[in-house]
Design a protein. Structure first.
Length: 320
């Protein structure tokens, strides 16, 4: 058994909360899994989670809608570039039509032999919906949004990382988090994320030395990090010790993210990786199982400042 089994979640800093919610919960038809806040001591911002109805690991896309003056990020190299979700084989056409009708420009494309739909989040982050024949997960359906089981998103397919040096990620994926190389050609490199349950997700590496260095801070319009799933604490701490022992001493201590616990490490290609596992209570920690993602919840350490936080949040309508 690998210490990693697929992705846990992908996290990006976006722009307005309303457009972010409408994009994920309406255009893409994902379900709201949790609505909470991040507070850096200045202004609170939403922390929104979208995914399958039950919030299964490997289906979670999280955002910090970060509409703050002067903190829009720069997309560039040595940074994660494209968020990728898996769709059933043959579903690309449906998505091209649906998204264009809804005012989200989308077109069919292909990389590494995989048909995909290219589009952008309203804040400009590139997205792809990838037809993946190797993905055995259930489709995330959404009756209200008109998304059935032939077309719906299945969860995370992967991330494309933009690098200035083509070999930047080689040692990280050989020794730190070993991944099988699937492709190495003029389009870039593709690595298989270790999986214990037969699905198939990837990290792609795109060689783009002409782009400027991307920002690493939490700033709008950029992907902040990529979280892999260790399944439990034992695997996480084993992998953490292994990575630190190799000399990646910048791997963080374990951090409490309320619903899961996380360690972070900066990879040589610039992308920030997280290794995470969901605590037993999971999303049902503060909302009833079966109706998660419906209310605004606060981590216990902010509960006494709820009123102040709510007053500082951007107004948005989270009805679907
Ligand atoms: Fe994370």
């Amino acid at each position: 058994m690998a210490l990693i089994s697929g992705y846990h979640h992908l996290t990006m800093s976006t722009d307005g909360a309303q457009e972010d919610f409408d994009f994920f919960a309406k255009d893409l038809g994902l379900h709201s899994v949790k609505r909470t806040v991040l507070f850096d001591g200045v202004l609170p911002v939403y922390h929104l989670y979208y995914g399958s109805k039950n919030g299964d690991a490997s289906t979670i896309f999280t955002t910090f809608p970060f509409r703050k003056p002067g903190v829009f990020g720069r997309r560039g190299t040595n940074q994660s570039k494209i968020i990728q979700a898996a769709i059933p084989v043959g579903a690309a056409e449906f998505w091209v039509n649906r998204l264009n009708e809804r005012g989200v420009k989308a077109a069919k494309t292909s990389r590494f032999g995989m048909a995909r739909v290219a589009l952008e989040h309203p804040c400009g982050i590139p997205f792809e919906l990838v037809e993946n024949p190797g993905d055995t997960r259930e489709v995330i359906t959404n009756d209200k949004q008109g998304i059935g089981k032939e077309h719906g998103i299945k969860g995370i397919y992967g991330v494309a990382i933009s690098v200035a040096d083509r070999t930047a990620m080689d040692d990280f994926f050989t020794i730190a988090i070993p991944m099988k190389k699937l492709a190495d050609n003029h389009e870039g490199l593709a690595f298989a994320v270790p999986e214990n349950h037969g699905l198939h997700s990837v990290v792609e590496v795109l060689h783009e030395p002409e782009r400027p260095q991307g920002t690493w801070t939490l700033s709008g319009g950029t992907i902040h990090h990529i979280a892999l799933n260790t399944g439990n604490e034992e695997n996480q701490l084993k992998l953490r010790a292994h990575i630190e022992g190799l000399g990646f001493t910048d791997i963080s201590e374990q951090k409490d993210r309320n619903y899961f616990k996380s360690c972070y490490v900066r990879s040589p290609g610039g992308a920030l990786f997280e290794i995470a596992w969901t605590v037993p209570e999971g999303w049902a920690k503060d909302e009833a199982p079966g109706s998660i993602g419906k209310t605004l919840v606060f981590p216990p350490w902010f509960e006494d400042r709820r009123a102040e936080m709510v007053a500082g949040l951007e107004p948005a309508n989270f009805d679907t």
